[in-house]
Design a protein around this ligand. Structure first.
Ligand SMILES: [Zn+2]
Length: 274
């Protein structure tokens, strides 16, 4: 990183260097993270936020390398600024997770018809001395999640599938909650197997890095729901979702450090569906 100091405020964004040539970017005071990784030849931006402010100008303050843009998944708080760039790499089924007005959003930016390049499991980016490997997640939080594994620096980007606050499991994805929980466990097992004692796990919300032990707690959470002995809390204690229409039907399930929001009725039915 050659163009900026190690602590930067610019426009709506702030950022700090997390490890050498890895930046965590964050909206001013917000809970969301965007990551910028720099290799010897190229940089990679993981997610583009809500599309507020001028993210590209901020990113170009931090790196003078050409920037590859990827999405962990196609929710609006992750793809909102995509159209500031000419091309974005993302997963198949992204349309299932897109907000209905996503094309309107893109018109605010210089590249409303930006190229969408669909990638999947095993796809590798070589940033120059820094290899980033893609893992296609099974459908859990949403239909279009990718995990990114910086194999050179032992960093694991878990998107919204695993984080320290709560994983939202009610957003109209295909399949029953039970199926998606099975998928969540499979995802957790796969990511945990990539970790050693030095791995940094980097989600997009509510704090980063997080301990790899969260994956074990998510596995335990899935087992508890499917066994019918989940710890269910009716109080979501979430400043946005508590105000959403229909929030009464959701509950929080907790297991150790892991937590999900799901439709209470589906949580109660999950053991039967198995
Ligand atoms: Zn999401």
């Amino acid at each position: 990183m050659t163009k900026a100091n190690k602590n930067v405020n610019f426009g709506y964004y702030s950022g700090w260097m997390l490890t050498k040539n890895t930046w965590a970017l964050n909206f001013m005071g917000g809970s969301q993270f965007i990551y910028l990784l720099e290799g010897d030849e190229k940089a990679m931006l993981i997610d583009t936020g809500y599309g507020q402010g001028d993210l590209r100008a901020y990113v170009e303050k931090l790196t003078d390398k050409p920037v590859i843009v990827v999405n962990t998944h196609f929710h609006v708080d992750h793809y909102g600024g995509n159209a500031e760039w000419e091309k974005v790499y993302l997963a198949d089924h992204w349309e299932k997770d897109a907000s209905p007005d996503y094309q309107e959003n893109d018109k605010k930016f210089p590249y409303p018809d930006y190229e969408k390049v669909v990638i999947g499991d095993g796809y590798e980016f070589d940033l120059g001395g820094r290899i980033i490997r893609t893992l296609r997640a099974e459908v859990a939080h949403c239909s279009s999640s990718l995990f990114f594994h910086d194999v050179t620096n032992n960093l694991l980007f878990s998107g919204d599938e695993f984080e320290s606050g709560q994983t939202l499991m009610f957003m109209g994805e295909p399949g029953t909650l039970a199926e998606r929980l099975h998928n969540m466990k499979e995802n957790a097992e796969r990511l945990y197997a990539l970790c050693d004692e030095h791995t940094l796990v980097l989600p997009n919300h509510n704090g980063a890095p997080i301990a790899k032990e969260y994956f074990l707690d998510y596995m335990g959470l899935v087992d508890s729901v499917l066994a019918g002995n989940a710890e269910i809390e009716d109080d979501l204690n979430h400043k946005y979702i508590d105000n959403m229409p229909g929030h009464e039907k959701y509950c929080r399930v907790r297991y150790g450090g892991a937590s999900i929001f799901a439709v209470r009725e589906e949580v109660l039915q999950a053991p039967e569906i198995g």
